[in-house]
Design a protein around this ligand. Structure first.
Ligand code: SAH
Length: 280
């Protein structure tokens, strides 16, 4: 089978339908075939700020691009307005692709948009994408799980109410039960977040990594400790979007930073530095 055959055999984006698709974390190579097909067939692609130009360049010749995110002072659409745009275009018989960074159902409000479509009887398909909290870590050489370090992981958002952290989370229980914690949208709250983890009993010398612009050509990774993270992030002037990962798995990077290896870093398969799970 050729790639053309494969694409042809995938479902078509039909008139009056909305596909809620994930674009992945940045690298165009991480786009799924279904998302690519939808982008080429769509009459309109409504995309958000996390989707980069290289990916947007792949839309069909006659596809209209509509921006629905927050960026660079341009007025941003409210969530209800974005959902409404999807409904209006679908009702007008357009083939609509809603393109979101990462995975649409991971801190992406994909569920809210889909529910709005259900309310208006608009048929839709959801196309998962590679989420930054997994794929972004992989590009930093950090496995989200590893038998030696963690058999559980928690994903959470750094954005809570009133500029603080979420009050819905039992922070002490989380700190105790989750060996690895991966935080989205945390760059502006690093200090608060780290203090919370310390207050909840995590070790000050615990490994933490901050991954900025993961999977893009501007990816930067800062490895530090929980106690030093807030200071180090400021000093390094890391930019959004960024992920934070706290846990012993961060140390595996010394052996798995495959991107670093391409630039000459020597990898070591030595695990002696790792505190095996269950032995803290
Ligand atoms: N749906 C997206 C997440 C949207 S929330 C997903 O599944 O990845 C936005 C947050 O995602 C950002 O604040 C940042 O924490 C994270 N993020 C998205 N893309 C990223 C990237 N390329 N590098 C680092 N973090 C990223």
């Amino acid at each position: 089978m050729t790639i053309e055959n494969v694409l042809e055999n995938l479902p078509d984006l039909e008139a009056g339908w909305v596909w809620l698709a994930g674009a992945g974390p940045g690298d165009v190579g991480l786009l799924s075939l279904l998302t690519l097909k939808g982008m080429q067939q769509a009459d309109i692609v409504i995309y958000d700020a996390l989707v980069n130009q290289e990916i947007l360049d792949l839309v069909g010749k006659n596809t209209v691009l509509e921006f629905a995110g927050k960026r660079g002072g341009r007025p941003s659409l409210k969530q209800a307005d974005i959902s409404e745009r999807l409904v209006v275009h679908a009702k007008a018989g357009k083939k609509v692709l809603r393109l979101k960074g990462g995975d649409p159902f991971v801190f992406g409000r994909g569920g809210e948009e889909a529910r709005r479509l259900v309310m208006s009887d608009i048929p839709f398909r959801v196309i998962p994408g590679i989420t930054a909290g997994i794929g972004g870590l992989a590009y930093a050489g950090i496995p989200v799980t590893d038998r030696h370090t963690n058999s559980a992981v928690t994903f959470l958002t750094g954005h809570g109410e009133d500029g603080g952290l979420s009050k819905d989370i039992d922070w002490d229980a989380l700190a105790k039960s989750s060996p690895v914690i991966v935080v989205y949208m945390a760059l502006s709250r690093v200090e608060l977040m780290c203090q919370q983890f310390l207050d909840s009993g995590r070790r000050p010398d615990e490994a933490i990594a901050i991954i900025s612009k993961a999977t893009t050509s501007e990816q930067r990774v800062l490895e530090t400790t929980l106690a030093c993270a807030a200071e180090d992030v400021k000093r390094a002037k890391l930019e959004a979007p960024a992920m934070i990962v706290l846990g012993e798995n961060v140390k595996l990077r010394s052996g798995l930073d495959w991107l670093g290896a391409m630039k000459g870093k020597i990898l070591t398969a030595d695990l002696s530095d790792i505190v095996p799970q269950g032995q803290k």
